[in-house]
Ligand binder design. Structure first.
Ligand code: ADP
Ligand code: MG
Ligand code: MG
Length: 210
């Protein structure tokens, strides 16, 4: 995959498909410790992303991220819409107007993304949120990039770290978002937002490797 605007748009079109494929799984996870809408909220938002992206293939990577962000902010709702939107706006600002991404830009984008989520939602690692997937992903991406890894390698390591981080939310007690209303009863369940973050990163990594 090329890492220009067209490649970035293609990667996010694939994310939209993956979100649709996992809609029911994310609904089930959110039924266990939330209100059951995470999968449907994201499906609705990413279907709109897919509609809008098909006409945006000549843009820079940043412009693509801005389009995804603004679409998610206006269509997803709930906690996750503004958080993912903020993450992607910050990621776009971090990469600037370069026409083609490199590994360092991808690592910087992930770092900015998690900073945006934390600035907006005030969750810390261990609070059982998407931060528990995104923070280790950003750290792994920076480490890989500093070792001279390719974009595909950076995203593969970020994806693996996000997956591990998401699964590590299972025993945690939620301290942010709707799941925190359950207190100790939130333990024993995978956090839906951490799971969707891991799915998105796995999809981006697969696109970068293809
Ligand atoms: P809602 O809870 O409003 O229905 P969603 O179901 O779409 O929103 O998203 C729930 C997910 O959002 C949670 O699983 C969690 O990962 C994430 N989340 C909720 N609050 C925060 C927060 N303050 N910071 C980071 N992530 C959060
Ligand atoms: Mg919900
Ligand atoms: Mg809701």
């Amino acid at each position: 995959m090329s890492c220009d605007g067209a490649g970035t748009a293609a990667a996010w079109l694939r994310v939209a498909e993956v979100v649709r494929e996992h809609r029911d799984e994310l609904v089930m996870l959110d039924r266990e410790i939330g209100d059951g809408d995470h999968g449907e909220n994201l499906r609705r938002g990413f279907d709109m992303v897919a509609d809008r992206l098909t006409s945006a293939e000549d843009d820079t990577p940043r412009a693509v991220l801005r389009l995804v962000a603004s679409t998610l902010i206006s269509t997803v709702g709930g906690a996750a819409g503004p958080l993912y939107g903020t993450a992607l706006l910050r990621a776009g600002n971090a990469i600037g107007d370069r026409p083609v991404l490199d590994a360092a830009a991808v690592a910087a984008a992930l770092t900015a993304a998690v900073e945006g989520v934390v600035a907006r939602g005030r969750a810390e690692p261990g609070d059982k949120t998407m931060v528990d997937a995104l923070q280790p992903a950003a750290s792994a991406a920076v480490a890989a990039s500093e070792r001279g890894a390719t974009i595909a390698e950076v995203l593969a390591e970020a994806s693996a770290a996000a997956d591990a981080g998401a699964h590590a939310t299972v025993p945690l007690i939620a301290r942010k978002g709707r799941a925190s209303y359950l207190g100790e009863r939130s333990a024993g369940h995978l956090d839906p937002g951490a799971r969707s973050t891991a799915l998105i990163l796995a999809s981006l990594a697969a696109s970068a490797a293809s």
